[in-house]
Design a protein around this ligand. Structure first.
Ligand code: HEC
Length: 124
């Protein structure tokens, strides 16, 4: 019974976050984003580091930062960065966009991706 409850909670959690109803664990988000921050700024008008500035990335077309020299792979990807697309990409960038310059092995844990996507949504 206990494990069933746990299972139900685990199933419900991603939906709660995907629905975007304000469930954002900022402490966790900042910790997870520190992995991205080596290459990405997320503040408005933030610098290009190794990757493009991620301010406003949720809902944006992929490859849309004019000043950033994207790889042909990402230019050809042509997706809108919805929460679902971000989940897919961030879980395994090099598999989802073969040839991407984003040399990052990905966030395998859904709670890590939820936290970081939540942070991205806050920055728009
Ligand atoms: C080693 C550096 C590096 C790390 C670490 C990194 N990225 Fe990236 N990221 C890049 C580069 C470079 C690109 C551009 C990829 C291309 O053009 O193929 C990119 C592209 C992206 C894009 C697409 C942006 C657009 O405008 O289409 C998203 C979203 C993104 N990264 C999110 C993240 C998140 C979230 C993390 C942390 C979990 C992260 N990245 C970690 C280097 C990195």
């Amino acid at each position: 019974m206990k494990s069933l409850k746990l299972l139900l909670m685990l199933c419900a959690f991603p939906f709660i976050s995907l629905a975007g109803d304000g469930v954002c664990n900022m402490k966790k988000a900042k910790k997870v984003f520190s992995k991205c921050a080596a290459c990405h700024s997320v503040n408005k008008g933030g610098a290009t580091i190794l990757g493009p500035n991620l301010f406003g990335v949720v809902g944006r077309e992929s490859g849309a930062v004019q000043s950033f020299p994207y790889s042909p792979a990402l230019i050809d990807y042509k997706k809108t960065w919805t929460e679902a697309e971000l989940h897919k990409f961030i879980e395994n960038p090099m598999k989802v966009v073969p040839g991407t310059m984003m040399a990052f092995r990905g966030l395998k844990k859904i709670e890590d991706r939820n936290a970081v996507i939540c942070l991205l949504e806050e920055n728009k």
